[in-house]
Design a binder for this molecule. Sequence first.
Ligand code: ZN
Length: 282
Amino acid sequence: MSDLKNKRIITVATTGAWPTKENTPNVPIEPAEIAEEVYHCWKEGAAVAHIHVRNDEGKAAMEFDKFKEVVRLIRERKDCDVILNLTTSGGVGLKEDDRIRPFHELKPEMASYDCGTMNWLHSAVFENNPQFLERLGLLMQEVNVKPEIEVFDPGMIYNAQYYLKKGVLKAPLHFQMCMGCAGGIAASVKNLVFMKEAMESVAPGSTWSAFGVGAGAMEILYATVAMGGHIRVGMEDNVLYSKGVLAENNMVFVKRAKRIIEEFGCEAATPDEARAILGLVK
Ligand code: ZN
């Protein structure tokens, strides 16, 4: 394992809660489609796969059996050592117990931890109430699942500081700066610098990753690479590869991220390098 300082972790978020086959026929929805896409993204350089599933109608869901099937199909590929990161939101308005069950029983190496409540896309409350966040953090510790602390605005970084002090979260923390979601902070370099500085002031020694949705996607991608962060790409965040052009699949995003990382003079981390960077115990 060469110098980890020059390694950048690519997380691929293939599916998310929102894009439908009507938005893009290329989004993987069925468990077999998701597992296949994750495998090919790993081959292209993704070290982490952030997983959502859908119900039989293609809608956002936390259906345990679907997660179980995706995880089984990925783990079945013996050559594939990608790090699994299961969502604990699934979408908005889903039941807390259902949000917890997949990571608690399937024990991926990571799971998302949305560190506050927000008005999601001016349409619904994305609820992560204090009692839920305490329960979530402690249950993740119980089953040795590393939280990926998703922050949609600076207030969520300060929430993380509170849960770190309280022992609900344990250092070193890993943040995902989610930029440009309506209801959260806009995707700009200036905002990313501010978010990173806020993170460093409350939890020095944390690792971090970022992505921008929509028009800010490329700005955040390039800035993150330049600022030393890890990156997340995929159809959860963007169905367009460039203006007016639908991405053919998730692999094209991974390939582009890898090219940008390499042009900058770094390398995409392998899953084992990512484990070392994130302090995951395999
Ligand atoms: Zn997600």
